[in-house]
Design a protein. Structure first.
Length: 284
């Protein structure tokens, strides 16, 4: 993959904004390989993502940041610039369901997801076999024989020890405590079936089957203190017919979960997601 710099901006919409950014990049002789703009008409916010060929700029990233700062200040920007060759560290959390974890590991192993996976943490010890196959350090945290507060303290300590840039809940079936949700705000991604708040609890696909739903799916979102209500990054759906059994729905639902999570993680890693209140702008 060619090296690029990703400039991501979120600020009040205003006249001259795009021109100022374009003129700055032109002065740096920057070659733009991808450009995305969006204005939220309700809030008056402007969102931008530019991907720039790194070799076209004869400046270090630190120098670019310093040079761009006056423009950012003038237009009240929330902004960042990231190097595509700097891989983020992604810590995986898992329970007994392996399909989402294995899918992410395969995509990482094949080079589809540009990141490092420094460890896998699970509350079921049998998940170690998947970590071992990929030569990834594994940590089992016991959630049964110790208070959950202590278990989550172990999880938090591991996330800090591995200096995680992103934490992915690959069907991790434990409710993250509020303080940890706030600590990982914008840096933790979850996946769940898209029926919520309908069909909550055990066996959601069986509940949906008994109700006769015609669509199933999955939702990938950022983790917040409001359970399963964080900003949505990606959703995947699939039609269901009267001939589908509850087992068919589970199988199809798992496919939706894998696809939605993989896309959501990739969008995040490629700096394609901008969080705005409880929504996202995704330049996919």
């Amino acid at each position: 993959m060619q090296q690029t710099f990703r400039l991501v901006i979120d600020c009040p919409d205003q006249v001259g904004l795009v021109a100022a950014v374009s003129q700055f990049l032109a002065k740096q002789n920057a070659t733009i390989v991808e450009a995305n703009h969006h204005t939220d008409q309700q809030t008056g916010r402007f969102f931008m993502r530019h991907e720039i060929k790194a070799e076209s700029i004869n400046m270090s990233m630190d120098s670019v940041k310093q040079a761009f700062e006056p423009i950012a200040k003038k237009f009240q920007m929330n902004w960042k610039i990231a190097d595509s060759h700097k891989k983020q560290k992604v810590v995986m959390l898992a329970s007994h369901e392996s399909h989402c974890l294995m899918d992410i590991l395969h995509r990482w192993h094949s080079g589809e997801l540009q990141c490092d996976i420094p460890c896998i943490i699970a509350n079921h010890p049998q998940m170690k076999q998947f970590a071992d196959w990929h030569n990834i350090p594994f940590h089992w945290v016991d959630f049964k024989d110790q208070p959950k507060e202590k278990a989550f303290a172990e999880v938090e300590k591991l996330i800090e020890a591995y200096d995680a840039d992103l934490t992915v809940l690959a069907r991790f079936m434990q409710i993250i405590p509020d303080h940890l949700c706030k600590k990982l705000a914008g840096k933790a991604i979850n996946i769940h079936h898209s029926f919520l708040p309908s069909f909550a609890g055990a066996k959601p696909y069986l509940q949906a089957y008994n109700r006769g739903v015609k669509l199933i799916g999955a939702t990938c979102h950022y983790v917040t203190s409001d359970l399963d209500e964080g900003p949505i990054i990606e959703q995947e759906v699939m039609r269901i017919s009267h001939s589908d059994t509850s087992a068919d729905m589970v199988r199809k639902g798992k496919n939706c979960e894998k696809t939605a999570l993989a896309n959501g993680v990739r969008y995040h890693l490629e700096d394609r997601v901008i969080i705005h209140k409880n929504k996202t702008v995704v330049f996919a």
